[in-house]
Design a protein around this ligand. Structure first.
Ligand code: SAH
Length: 360
């Protein structure tokens, strides 16, 4: 039994059934035993688009440079990444965007990261790039509350899927919050014995859902997006959110655990497996209030093709060996094909009014 498993059981025996969101927050972010607090999982447990190919970060960098032009090439703005993993996306983006005169000098870089392990990896990845291309030293912050004033260009790849979700389950007594309990010495899911508190809003379309239906909300995600939208409305900029998920809110249990590239049971070994939930892009887009526009979400495949991944691949292949050329083609396929990441992954841009972001 992992240490975190014991901590979770103790908390359940003291305070009763533990909401799924609390379980997920502890499993991923417990200060001593959380999955992201203790490990660098990229490449062992799962792989992300920027780790597949430099083209991904380069195209995102070109996207950011285009937004910067569209907001009037301000001499000072902040480039932000939420949950930057190994820093690979930011490194490739900075290198690509440095071709735009004035961009590197204008950019303040803020990395929003809670994992000390990954922050160290990001520092090592970025140091040579920022020095080489004339960027200021990046800053590391824990939360979007600490974002700098002024225009913001924000990037988030596979960040929102790691935020804790609440699950609600329809029982014969009505909707209940889905919780984690201990039964026969094992952690198990069970609906809360008490009704869902007033104030929790479930979609009206769920009113007649059959018993057993599960639905999810991600308050942590909508709170972050709402904060970013307010900032963008006040001081201009844009946010680009890439993740796996769905463009229309829908019921369903999408909580999953992954270890060493394989799905494993969600409640087994908390802190040792990655836990994620699909992102509800409609819920995020609905946070865009006055002064911001949520551009209808597209697929990762469409987005990368529109930004010119085929042309970028052709350029890279010019100086490549046959093996390298094959690897470049394979990366394009993985990033854009419908049977790989092309359709499952969606892209949402929320921008200040009048910005027409590339790729949408
Ligand atoms: N964007 C990267 C990594 C995705 S993994 C890539 O595409 O490769 C998720 C990242 O989000 C990790 O860096 C993890 O440490 C970070 N993270 C998870 N929860 C977080 C939170 N609440 N606040 C900030 N960062 C978080």
């Amino acid at each position: 039994m992992s240490d975190l498993s014991t901590i979770i059981r103790d908390e359940i025996s003291e305070t009763g059934p533990m909401p799924v969101a609390r379980f997920m927050a502890l499993a991923l972010g417990h200060p001593q035993h959380g999955y992201y607090t203790t490990s660098d999982p990229l490449g062992t447990d799962f792989t992300t688009s920027p780790e597949i190919s430099q083209m991904f970060g380069e195209l995102v960098g070109a996207w950011a440079a285009d937004v910067w032009h569209q907001i009037g090439s301000p001499v000072a703005f902040t480039l932000v990444e939420l949950g930057p993993g190994r820093g690979t996306l930011m490194a490739d983006a900075l290198r690509a965007a440095s071709g735009q005169p004035g961009f590197a000098k204008a950019a303040r870089i803020q990395m929003v990261e809670t994992s000390p392990v990954l922050s160290r990896v990001q520092q090592a990845t970025l140091a040579p790039i920022t020095t080489k291309f004339g960027y200021a030293e990046p800053e590391w912050i824990n939360s979007v509350d600490q974002l700098a004033d002024g225009p913001l260009i924000i990037i988030a790849n596979e960040f929102f899927d790691a935020l804790p979700i609440h699950q609600f389950v329809k029982t014969d007594k009505g909707w209940r919050e889905q919780c984690v309990v201990e039964t026969d010495g094992k952690l198990a899911f069970a609906p809360s014995p008490t009704p869902v508190p007033g104030g929790v809003m479930l979609a009206p379309s769920l009113k007649d859902a059959p018993v057993g239906t599960i639905t999810e909300t991600c308050q942590a995600g909508t709170a972050i997006i709402s904060e970013l939208c307010q900032r963008i409305a006040n001081t201009s900029g844009a946010a680009l959110i890439i993740d796996y998920g769905y463009t229309r809110s829908a019921a369903g249990d999408t909580l999953q655990a992954m270890r060493k590239g394989k799905f494993v049971p969600v409640l087994e070994n908390p802190g040792k497996a990655d836990l994620t939930a699909h992102v509800d892009f409609q819920a995020l887009a609905e946070c865009a209030g006055e002064g911001t526009t949520a551009h209808p979400a597209t697929t990762q495949g469409q987005f990368l093709l529109q930004l010119g991944i085929a042309q970028r691949a052709a350029m890279l292949k010019q100086g490549a060996t046959p093996d390298q050329a094959e690897a470049i083609d394979e990366a394009v396929r993985r990033l854009t094909d419908d049977d790989a990441m092309g359709t499952l992954f969606k892209v949402l841009a929320i921008t200040a009014g009048r910005i027409d972001p590339a790729g949408f």
